[in-house]
Design a protein around this ligand. Sequence first.
Ligand code: NDP
Length: 479
Amino acid sequence: TTANIGVVGLAVMGSNLARNLASREGNTVAVFNRSRAKTDELVAEHPEAGFVPAFSYDEFAASLHKPRTAVIMVKAGAPTDAVIDSLLEVFEPGDIIVDGGNALFTDTIRREKAVRETGVNFVGMGVSGGEEGALLGPSLMPGGSDESWVTLGPILRSIAAVAEGEPCVTHVGHDGAGHFVKMVHNGIEYADMQLIAEAYDLIRRGTGKTPAEIADVFAEWNRGELESYLIEITAEVLRQVDAETGKPLVDVILDQAGAKGTGAWTVQTALSLGVPVSGIAEATFARSLSSHLEQREISRDLPGPNEGFTADDADAFIEQVRLALYASKIVAYSQGFDEIRAGAAEYGWNIDLGKIASIWRGGCIIRARFLNRITDAYAETPDLPVLLTAPFFVDVFTRAQDAWREVVATSAKVGIPAPAFSSSLAYYDGLRAERLPAALIQGQRDFFGAHTYKRVDKPGTFHTLWSADRTEIEAEDTH
Ligand code: NDP
């Protein structure tokens, strides 16, 4: 019993997280993997880590002192359940099982409930930052009980990324809260990436600049208010030249975007919660569209403006695209925080939204300078109903909205798809509208289904006798 923490699952994420843990003062790390080879390899390659290898769950449990704490880093889904079951056979009440995989939050809620009945603590933890984050400092989003946080807090704080002196970890909320927030993080990441891709496409087609030249544009943007990891790596990717052909790498990569499903989860969950995350949804659908090769192939000759376009003033156009990107990005984050708020209300989590923005400033893929503004916004008004109405963001929209509209109008006119730019703008204008055509929809619903409606001028619920004399009657509220 020499280790204070253990890691189960030593693929890319688990081995890097184990090394990160081992590198911190005071930690001795037990390691276990289903197949022995990964354990042997990790221990042999990193003698400096002082790992305590285990080759069975019994050995693993015996090497940990109490309360035993184990982080699972295996394939999400059935493998996670299998590992939890095995650990429960050798762990005792008070011990802590942390699932750091990308679990669906409803699975985490189910697992937490089942594990709690055995007296063992279960913590579903979102881990962001990929391989490098796991090794050098990830952004960590643990859920679970307050009791487990007492033991875990100091350990997690020691391995997390640090942003402006603060570790990028917080106890997000109970049971599935951590995985829920990680899911929305990934959804926002989808939207942010799609917006950047649309910006690149518009600039390339509108100015004729080469990928390397556009890399310079992104590098320049990264020195301003758009400063973020995703903008930074975009410049790197655009600058990359293919060794085989000498072409820009981006021109030889197949244009079909992959996805592992967390974007879809974010959208599915938003649909059931009734939260319009249109930017995230468009980004997820844009990846689907890109991968439907057969559909794209037979659609190629559909009529459209095919002459292309050239912006009159390239620099001015690039600046408009930058502003459109910034405004749309604020919409995407605002929608994501809206989903977290709704999820917290639905599942009874007490989530500090400003704190979530602050733990995303380091380690994770969506780390960005403007997350500080989100923290500020919630510090000022903790129950802000719509993030994008915070004064700082209103200032951005004041500056950016003309350019945003111009870019969306141009993309429509010249036939360049910009689904995330345009749906974000439609969402923005939907929020702004004094009257929405939803009134007409209520009329239609009442017509065909007697679904009733409310009036602007008096309380009560009403129905028009559409198939009789079309007089209005008071009705039961069936919403
Ligand atoms: P993988 O998702 O590729 O999973 C491989 C690991 O799972 C191996 O250790 C494998 O053991 C183990 N495993 C698979 N099935 C079982 C089983 N039935 N019983 C026990 N162990 C099993 O590894 P990654 O390191 O890429 O990711 C680990 C987790 O972290 C995943 O849930 C992933 O979604 C999540 N994650 C990944 C990120 C990334 O950037 N890759 C970022 C954040 C989270 P064996 O060697 O015996 O096959």
